[in-house]
Design a protein around this ligand. Structure first.
Ligand code: SF4
Ligand code: SF4
Length: 441
């Protein structure tokens, strides 16, 4: 079909925020992406593969297919893990295409009332408003500590609800007493000062993984950096962008661009892989010709994942011994979207006493994938089971990773299978090592 014929056909992809034809027609159907795609590995179905999903995008673009519920279901099952991008010899920017496809799909197939309500609450009423998330976390802490959570778990009442609500409830992460967040404080460099960095606090990490946030600050200080956690920042917008809620994601990006650039840092440090990947792609989110376009470019040039940043320094190696067998799970948005796989492993290897063991399929998605574990519970569980088998085989004392969704999902996998061991962020181990070194001096 020629370009002109396509324009004459009423396509569901018509509209500003749709995958470009340049991108859509880059795929040469070679199939090299199939065996790295978790949904294809599990189902063996072409429709659940990157190639199949791109085929559907093209069919919609050419007006041969409408965005129906059935068509959308194949896109919705995609984890947006972007493993296919790494395998693709034609440079198909699959992640960006899928985000734009979802924006279109949202317009054509807005879903049931409960789906729309879930989306409205999550993407418009909660994620852009950190104060509301903090309030929710405090209420959840009261619920957990009052004994009510245990009571509800023991009653097994939630098993009456559809999906895996009971499992999500029982495995909710413990909310700590202290909540991390932006402040006017400067955490000063220790030893010789090398510069000043600004840390993303984000939405979920500061509520649940306070220890990882504090560890990140200490490790950066230990390596000679003043650390600021800029006021005015908020959620990076990754979950919104992945779900196709791009207008809200764009507003969140602009807020962060202003908040971080005002501090003129040497680098913007991110310890959550999903956030880092979106922040490195803010230029794709900002409208062409917007006054934010130039600022977005400056912002993007400063963004560094904490693992990536540390290994490029004259890095302070781990000092104290941690006797542990450690395995590393690659977060998809670090390994595939940011192409960072060596840095976290190199950091772990510097810790005296750590034996790093590679797990089978360490770079295959664990099934967390942002809100996927809630919206696609059954498939998320399938991937978690697959990962559990590999975790059991690895037999590690510690599972290290670098993203909050993975931290939650992997700990749930260990708990459900009664496997020993703990899950933590790479920088937490590094921080433990530094502290062990200092206390033994
Ligand atoms: S993003 Fe992941 S799940 Fe989606 S098509 Fe690519 S490899 Fe498969
Ligand atoms: S590897 Fe790339 S070009 Fe080949 S089928 Fe997959 S998306 Fe298309």
């Amino acid at each position: 079909m020629t370009q002109k014929e396509r324009m004459l056909t009423a396509s569901d992809f018509m509209g500003a925020e749709a995958p470009s034809e340049d991108d859509l027609y880059k795929c040469v159907h070679c199939g090299l992406c199939l065996n790295v795609c978790p949904t294809y590995l599990e189902t063996g179905l072409e429709t659940e593969s990157p190639r199949g999903r791109i085929y559907l995008m093209r069919a919609v673009n050419e007006g041969r297919v409408k965005i129906t519920e059935a068509v959308n279901s194949h896109w919705s099952l995609c984890l947006e893990c972007r493993a296919c991008e790494v395998a693709c010899p034609s440079g198909v920017p699959y992640g960006h295409m899928m985000e734009l496809t979802r924006t279109q799909a949202l317009r054509r197939q807005p879903g049931s009332f409960s789906t729309r309500l879930f989306r409205w609450i999550t993407f418009r009423q909660l994620l852009p408003h950190q104060g509301r998330l903090v309030l929710l976390a405090r209420l959840a802490r009261i619920y957990q500590r009052s004994g009510l959570k245990s009571l509800v778990s023991r009653s097994k009442a939630l098993r009456l609800l559809p999906g895996n609500v009971d499992m999500l409830h029982d495995n909710q992460p413990t909310i700590p007493a202290e909540i991390f967040g932006p402040s006017s404080a400067v955490y000063p460099a220790l030893g010789e000062r090398k510069g000043r960095v600004a840390l993303l606090s984000g939405c979920i990490m500061p509520l649940i993984y306070t220890d990882a946030m504090n560890a990140t600050v200490r490790v950066l200080q230990h390596n000679g950096y003043d650390v600021v956690v800029p006021m005015g920042q908020g959620c990076c917008g990754a979950l919104n962008a992945h779900a196709g809620v791009r207008d809200e994601a764009r507003a969140m990006a602009k807020r962060n661009i202003d908040a971080f650039l005002a501090y003129e840092p040497d680098a913007i440090i991110v310890n959550s892989a999903g956030c880092g990947s979106t922040m490195k792609e803010y230029t794709l989110l900002i409208e062409e010709g917007s006054p934010y376009a130039e600022k977005a470019e400056r912002f993007v040039a400063l963004v560094k994942d904490v693992n990536e940043f540390l290994v490029t320094l004259p890095f302070q190696e781990g000092l104290g011994e941690i006797k542990a067998r450690v395995t590393y799970q690659d977060p998809c948005h670090l390994a595939h979207a940011q192409r960072i796989t060596k840095a976290p492993r190199e950091l772990l290897k510097t810790i005296p006493g750590v034996e790093l063991v590679e797990m089978e399929e360490a770079s295959v998605c664990c099934g967390a994938a942002g809100s996927y574990s809630v919206t696609q519970q059954a498939f998320s569980q399938r991937l978690m089971k697959r990962k559990t088998a590999h975790l059991a085989e690895a037999g590690a004392d510690v599972v290290a990773t670098a993203n909050p969704g993975c931290l939650i999902q992997l700990q749930t996998a260990l708990n459900n299978a009664d496997l020993p061991g703990r899950v933590c962020h790479v920088v937490e181990l590094l921080d433990e090592s530094y502290r062990a070194g200092v206390s033994s001096e």
